[in-house]
Design a protein. Sequence first.
Length: 411
Amino acid sequence: MRTPSSRIGAAIVIGVVVGCVFAFFYPYGFFYPNPPPKSHPFFKYDVLVESWSNESTEWMNMLRSYIRRLSEKNAELQKQVKELNEKLQIAEQEKGRAQEQLVLLGEPKKAAPFGKVKSSRTSRPVLPDESVNPRLAKILTKVAVGKEVIVVLANSKVKSMLEMWLTNVKRAGIPNYLVVALDDDVFLQLGYRVLLSDVDIVYLQNPFDHLYRDSDVEVMSNGHNNMTAYGYNDVSAEADMGWALYTHTMRIWAYSSGFFYIRLTIPAIELWDRVANRLTQEPNAWDQAVFNEELALPSYPGYIGLYASRRVMDFYLYMNSKILFKIIRKDSNLKKLKPVAVHINYHPDKLYRMKAVVEYYVYSKQDALIWMHSQMVQIDRYFYFKRRRCLDQHTCTWNIPLGTYYLFFFL
Ligand SMILES: *[C@@H]1O[C@H](CO)[C@@H](O)[C@H](O)[C@H]1NC(C)=O
Ligand SMILES: *[C@@H]1O[C@H](CO)[C@@H](O)[C@H](O)[C@H]1NC(C)=O
């Protein structure tokens, strides 16, 4: 049996608990339509001041004037910070301008009518300077066609691939090429437009017949479709952002540093300089990444971008080996297309795949790509760990005795 006093006690406890709950959820009561506006940062102090007001008007006035002075001071400091930020910004802009090497050429012009305004796609060419390397200048006058030349950078390690490269270049009827072991911008200083080529590229047509020549740099793509080759809006979602769930980021770079045409302009020469400098200073840097960064990144605090104009080559005409072996090989329509050049950049067994490309496109052996691919994939898988030796995540070599390939062909 419960006594009346215990019931009263229980009632009080329940009352207090319910009261606390309501006080927590409805701090301003049931009938207060909205909490008082909290816009003023000193809202809390105002309440404090109100409740003390009748006790000590003087104290209240003191507090009020103190708060007023504080907020005035605060506003003044904020103004100073804003002014300093503006000054900093102007200083950075001026620094950028000071480092700008381009001299504005010609008189300012009026803009064309709306809808017809076109900016220039490339900078003015620089003047050639033959004194940089008179011997090379002499060779170039003989080799180049229309001041243009393909330059392949090679060394003794890639001898068999270089032989293959030369055979293909000659077969494609390209007269203006040069094999060199140096990699600086002397060509540009001498006044030649250079198509820089890796040695793992099979030429099927003359690339100079298919260039646009409207940009400082015209580059082969590592991408494999419109999106990855020509850029796209990369949209990602972050659930905790609620209403602003989606992040839009433009992805533009998939340029190949293994095959690009470079015009005789200051930005193009600077690109060469920058990439060469960075690769010297950061020996472990990946040349593809460095090339893409220098070519694509805009200026940001602490960095001045290059602003070379760029064109991506048609990825079916200037094709990488991923497109060839992943897409073209399986598509009967695309198989009819004849590329200008094929870059075996996605596969380690370069020489054999170069041969397969020649077999398919030059000698029309319909199954060359398929057969070669399936053989190579098997070998790739088998030897993947054995023959791959890496200095770091980007610099790997594949050491496999050539005999092994033949062995596998006969198995
Ligand atoms: C202060 O005094 C005014 C009248 O002078 C009165 O209306 C008000 O309720 C008082 N406030 C407090 C918190 O005592
Ligand atoms: C890729 O772009 C080209 C030219 O801009 C267009 O003709 C082609 O239809 C596009 N391909 C796809 C699959 O969207």
